[in-house]
Design a protein around this ligand. Structure first.
Ligand code: MV4
Length: 500
C-alpha cells in the first residue's frame, strides 16, 4: 500500500531529531518536533518547520508520553511519526497506538518489535530460521536447578541473562556451579527492577568477542538487503564509544555469510524498515546472533558514509510503501568510515557525566568530516538526557586516512563549559591494539588507562600560569607566538585564539 508522507512528527530530541529533520528538508516533508522545558533553544527546535511544547524536562513527563505525542501529531495534522532511537522507539505499545490513531509509524511492525524485544523469543526464532545462536536455552528458565542442568550440558563459564531486555542489564558471568544460584537470584532482581520482568535464561559465555552488527533494510514488498557490517567493540559499560566500517576482522566471505544470516533474521520476524542484527564474533571467526535492534541506530552514519545510502530517507520511503530502489548487487562500499561519540563525560573521573552549560562550541569540519550534533552553544548538558554532545565521523579512502582525519578533527574540536571524552577518543585511536584492529569488547577494561590522560597540562598550576599569562597578553595586545606540541591540544591557543 502506497501512502505519500508529506509531513511527520519526530518523537525525539537532540542529534537524531536534527538528523531526521535534515532528511525531511531534502525530501520536501514538513517536519514537526516536540520540546521539553529545557530544550526550548535546542537545534532541533530551531531547524524544524514547527515545534510544540510537550512538558517538563524529565523524559517520563515529556518525550516518553506516548499519548501526548500522538495528540500533538493529530493537532499538527501530520501523517507519520518517526521515533528516532531510545525513548519510545522500541515500545510495541506505542507503535500500535500510532497505527490505531491512523498514523504511519516510521519503523517496523509492532509485532516485530515485540518479538525481538523478548530475548528468548528472538533466540527461538533465529534457531528455527537457521541463524547461528550461542549455545544455551531458547526459553526462560523455570528454576535454579534447570539452570544447573543446562550449565553442566553446555559447560562453564555461562552467562545468565534477562529475557525481558538487552543492553547488559541483569547479566551475570558464572564461572562455576557454586556461583550459579547467587548469580541467578541477583540477575533476577536486577531484571525485575529494570524491565519489570524477572525471566532469566542462560547462554555459553563467549570469552573475548568482537561486537559486529549488520545493517538491514526491508521494504513492504518483501525485498531485503544488508548494508554490511559495523564494528562496535569499543564500548564501556555497554555504551559504545567508537564504531567503524568495514571491520578489519571481516573478509568478503564472512561479510557475505553474516549479511545473509542478518537478512534471514529480518525475514524470520517479518521485518519491515531499517534494523540492525548484532552478532558476537569470536576468535575462530564464528558469529552468533546476539540481539536485533528494531530502530535506527546511533551509529547509522558510519554505514551511510561508505555506502552513500541515506538510511533515514530510506526509512521514510519504506514507511510510505515504496519499494527499495536498489538490490543487494547495487550496493557498493567505498573507503572507510569511523565514528567517535563525543560525550560530556569526565574520563579522569570514571566517565561521570559532566553537567553544565556549553559555553563555547565549535565543531571541526573540512575534508571527510561529518558532525551530527543536537546541541548548540548556550544549551545545557543536564541529568535528564544522555550526555552525548555529538557524533563525529571521518571518512577516508583507506582506514589510515580515516583515522588521521578523525585524529585531526578531534584536535580541532572546541568545547568549553563541560568536560568531554575527546582526549580519551584520541588516546584510543592511537593505541596499537586499536590501530592493528585486534581489539575486542574488552578493550576499554584491558587497555584503557585514564591516567595516561593526566598530562602536566591538566594540572592546576599550569592552568593558573596560563590564566596569568593570558591576562598579561590581553593587556599588552601583542601577537601570539606559540610552539604547539604535537598531539596535544595547546591550552594557550585554546584560551587566547578563541576569545570573543
Ligand atoms: C554475551 C557476551 C559473551 N557471550 N553473550 C552484552 C550486552 C548484551 N547485548 C549482550 N552482551 C554480551 N553477551 C555471550 N553468550 C558478551 C557480551 C558483552 C558485550 C556484547 C556486545 C558489546 C559489548 C559487550 C561488552 C561486554 C559483554
Amino acid at each position: 500500500m502506497k501512502q505519500e508522507i508529506t509531513s511527520l512528527l519526530i518523537a525525539n530530541r537532540g542529534e537524531i531529531a536534527v538528523r531526521i529533520i535534515r532528511a525531511c528538508q531534502e525530501l520536501g516533508i514538513r517536519s514537526v518536533v516536540v520540546f521539553s522545558d529545557i530544550d526550548r533553544t535546542s537545534p532541533h527546535v530551531l531547524y524544524a518547520d514547527e515545534a510544540y511544547h510537550i512538558g517538563p524536562a524529565p523524559s517520563a513527563q515529556s518525550y516518553l508520553v506516548g499519548d501526548k505525542l500522538i495528540e500533538i501529531a493529530k493537532k499538527a495534522n501530520v501523517e507519520a511519526i518517526h521515533p528516532g532511537y531510545g525513548f519510545l522507539s522500541e515500545n510495541p505499545t506505542f507503535a500500535r497506538k500510532v497505527i490505531e490513531a491512523g498514523l504511519i509509524f516510521i519503523g517496523p511492525p509492532a509485532s516485530a518489535i515485540e518479538k525481538m524485544g523478548d530475548k528468548t523469543t528472538a533466540r527461538k526464532i533465529m534457531e528455527e530460521a537457521g541463524v547461528p545462536i550461542v549455545a544455551g536455552t531458547v526459553k526462560p528458565l523455570a528454576s535454579v536447578s534447570e539452570a544447573h542442568k543446562i550449565s553442566e550440558e553446555i559447560g562453564f563459564p555461562v552467562l545468565v541473562k534477562a529475557a525481558g531486555g538487552g543492553g547488559g542489564k541483569g547479566m551475570r558471568i558464572v564461572e562455576s556451579s557454586q556461583d550459579l544460584q547467587g548469580a541467578f537470584k541477583s540477575a533476577q532482581n536486577e531484571a525485575r527492577s529494570a524491565f519489570d520482568d524477572d525471566r532469566i535464561y542462560i547462554e555459553k559465555f563467549v570469552q573475548s568477542p568482537k561486537h559486529i552488527e549488520i545493517q538491514v533494510l526491508a521494504d513492504s514488498h518483501g525485498n531485503y538487503v544488508h548494508l554490511g557490517e559495523r564494528e562496535c567493540s569499543i564500548q564501556r559499560r555497554h555504551q559504545k564509544i567508537i564504531e567503524e566500517a568495514p571491520s578489519l576482522a571481516i573478509d568478503d566471505t564472512i561479510r557475505d555469510g553474516m549479511g545473509k544470516a542478518a537478512v534471514k533474521a529480518a525475514q524470520a520476524c517479518n521485518y519491515v524498515n531499517a534494523g540492525t542484527i548484532e552478532f558476537l564474533f569470536d576468535g575462530e571467526k564464528n558469529f552468533y546472533f546476539l540481539e536485533m535492534n528494531t530502530r535506527v541506530q546511533v551509529e547509522h552514519p558510519v554505514t551511510e558514509l561508505i555506502t552513500g545510502i541515506d538510511i533515514v530517507k530510506e526509512q521514510i520511503a519504506i514507511a510510505s510503501g515504496k519499494p527499495l530502489s536498489f538490490s543487494q548487487n547495487d550496493i557498493q562500499r567505498n573507503g572507510h568510515a569511523i565514528e567517535c561519540r563525543i560525550y560530556a563525560e569526565d574520563p579522569l573521573n570514571n566517565f561521570l557525566p559532566s553537567i553544565g552549560t556549553v559555553e563555547r562550541l565549535q565543531g571541526p569540519s573540512g575534508p571527510g568530516i561529518r558532525e551530527d550534533r543536537g546541541i548548540q552553544q548556550g544549551n545545557e548538558i543536564s541529568v535528564h538526557y544522555d550526555p552525548m554532545v555529538s557524533k563525529l565521523l571521518a571518512w577516508g579512502r583507506t582506514r589510515e586516512e580515516a583515522l588521521r582525519r578523525m585524529d585531526r578533527a578531534l584536535h580541532e574540536y572546541l568545547i568549553q563549559g563541560v568536560i568531554t571524552n575527546i582526549p580519551a577518543c584520541i588516546h584510543i585511536l592511537r593505541h596499537p591494539r586499536f590501530i592493528d584492529g585486534s581489539y575486542t569488547t574488552h578493550f576499554m577494561s584491558e587497555h584503557f588507562d585514564p591516567e595516561v590522560l593526566r598530562t602536566p597540562n591538566n594540572d592546576e598550576q599550569t592552568a593558573v600560569a596560563i590564566a596569568a599569562a593570558t591576562m598579561v597578553h590581553r593587556q599588552k595586545k601583542q601577537p601570539i607566538v606559540t610552539a604547539s606540541q604535537p598531539g596535544q591540544i595547546n591550552k594557550w591557543k585554546y584560551q587566547e585564539r578563541t576569545r570573543d
